[in-house]
Write a protein of this length. Structure first.
Length: 533
């Protein structure tokens, strides 16, 4: 049975792709696998940044670790050179150790056995390569910034061509692509001369060759491009550089006066997108919490329901409508299926009310909560004892300081001694306040508290929609461990009920996870009690 391996080929710039870097890396990796008699079962290849500070969240590395954890037959990760693995002196050795803990050796195809060995010399050589790669990356970044500033000062644009332009013969000096630049220029001039509004100009622009080239061009992008200073002849780079040169070397499409008129036109036509709805959390609390079952089975992207209030429109065939009807609905982000808001809430309330603890399980849960309550009570008593001991020490320290203050020999530091005494008094007062708070927290009757808490849970279907956003999230986390679905029949259901409510977890002793969950559960129910009691 052959030993399995995975492979990584990485580039970070389009130029490296154009220079056939991926193919060269692949050839080196395949040659190494053949020499070591390894079977490569999966490849990762593409453009990924590996500069320091970005590698912990790299998708490819985390996928590799997950694959290696599942398949214990994988023993090697083959990479061409160290800088293709990553460019970080800290994260490089860290990920080597992560893979080693899974029984996987990171092997560099273009290096010798000494470099890849686990000896002190091999580790030193790999660490040196990691630091050299990081230094090289930093140098390239500094050169890129300096080069960008120089290009702007010369009137060149050190980036891809703007809308309506294409690359010219001279570096950084882009030329109009008149096939689309002509209608784009006309649209800008129509806005500047007030012949058309931005919306009308965009509508006309989409009927031209420009629209054929960019069929999905919408107002957000048009607003950004139409207001770009590049259109009247300036060049600028924002972000780290944030520099501008009013005298670019490219051919402008409009004048600066027309550009300013366009800015005023767009300022008059504010964005019409609804954006965030202030009532989303109160009127539509199930937004992004329920999943379309049909879309989820089909493994479609983002199959969740969101708030989607609609109306029959303010006009009817161009005339003002006498009565505008509004409909409160949820809409699936993927298949655009609409469901009445009241139907969703009623069905979800029914689902909540059907989650009822049998009496034996209710008694078990009460016993577990009592254990948790007593544990928290003992912790509070220990904290009170600790604070009282600290206060006693500080009282003794104050007494000693008072004696020192009465000594004439200490008259030159009398002010400092008084300050120390005041500081001790303030700390004693703070500790005493903490002691009183800790004592009051456990004076309430636990039985009364539990009766109220569980009566609340028995009426959770109605009470759920009265809670705040944070409390609704707590309640959902307590009751459900997975997705909540909406069926084709518009019914809300789930099979992922928390084991604490489904009767699971009948071990004699609680695990640390369960204990932690019960502490959270106790705190959350106590919050409900304080609000609704």
């Amino acid at each position: 049975m052959s030993v399995l391996a995975i492979a990584l080929c990485r580039v970070s710039t389009p130029e490296q792709i154009e220079n056939n870097s991926l193919n060269r890396q692949k050839e080196a990796v395949e040659r190494c696998a053949k020499e070591k008699d390894l079977e490569i079962v999966r490849w990762w290849s593409g453009s990924v940044s590996s500069k320091t500070g970005t590698n912990l969240k790299r998708k490819d590395l985390n996928e590799m670790l997950a694959v290696c954890a599942k398949n214990k037959r994988i023993k090697y990760l083959i990479v061409d050179e160290y800088d293709r693995f990553m460019r970080s002196g800290d994260e490089g050795p860290y990920f080597e150790v992560r893979f080693k803990s899974l029984g996987v050796k990171v092997w560099f195809a273009s290096e010798d056995d000494t470099f890849n060995s686990d000896t002190a010399l091999g580790k030193f050589l790999r660490s040196s390569s990691a630091f050299r790669a990081e230094g090289s990356n930093e140098e390239r970044i500094h050169k890129s910034i300096a080069g960008g500033q120089k290009s702007i000062q010369e009137g060149r644009l050190p980036s891809h061509p703007k809308t309506g332009y294409k690359k010219g013969l001279e570096r950084g000096v882009h030329v109009p692509d008149w096939t689309i630049a002509r209608p784009y220029q006309k649209a800008l001039k129509m806005i500047a001369s007030h012949n058309k509004t931005p919306s009308e100009a965009l509508k006309w622009l989409k009927t031209t060759e420009f629209g054929k080239r960019h069929p999905r061009y919408k107002m957000d992008k048009f607003r950004k491009h139409a207001c770009d200073v590049y259109n009247y002849g300036a060049v600028e780079l924002k972000g780290k550089l944030n520099v501008r040169n009013e005298n670019g070397l490219h051919e402008p499409l409009i004048t600066k006066a027309e550009h300013e008129a366009i800015l005023r036109a767009f300022d008059k036509n504010a964005k019409k997108q609804q954006g965030y709805r202030p009532d989303k959390d109160t009127r539509y609390p199930m937004t992004n919490k329920i999943t379309c079952l049909t879309c989820d089975i089909a493994e479609r992207h983002n199959p969740r329901f969101s708030s989607a209030p609609i109306s029959n429109g303010s006009k009817n065939h161009g005339k003002p409508r006498k009565k505008v009807s509004h409909y409160e609905k949820y809409r699936c982000r993927t298949c655009n299926r609409y469901i009445e808001r009241t139907d969703v809430h009623d069905s979800f309330s029914e689902l909540l009310d059907n989650i009822i603890l049998p009496d034996p399980e209710l008694k078990k849960l009460k016993r577990k909560l009592l254990t948790t309550f007593n544990s928290k009570h003992h912790e509070a008593k220990r904290e009170i004892a600790r604070l009282e001991a600290i206060n006693a020490d500080k009282q003794q320290a104050i007494a000693n300081q008072v004696v020192a203050l009465a000594d004439p020999q200490n008259s030159f530091v009398a002010e400092e001694i008084r300050n120390v005494i005041e500081k001790h008094k303030m700390e004693i007062a703070d500790n005493q306040e903490k002691i009183e708070i800790l004592g009051e927290q456990h004076e309430s009757d636990l039985a009364e508290f539990l009766d109220f808490a569980f009566s609340f849970l028995n009426d959770k279907g109605r009470r759920y929609f009265e809670l705040s956003v944070a409390q609704r999230n707590w309640c959902t986390q307590m009751l459900f461990t997975g997705k909540i679905y909406v069926t084709e029949n518009r019914k809300v259901y789930t099979q992922n009920i928390s084991p604490i409510f489904s009767g699971g977890g009948n071990k004699k002793d609680l695990s640390e996870t369960e204990k932690s969950f019960l502490v959270d559960f106790y705190n959350q129910v106590q919050t409900y009690f304080q609000q609704y009691a």
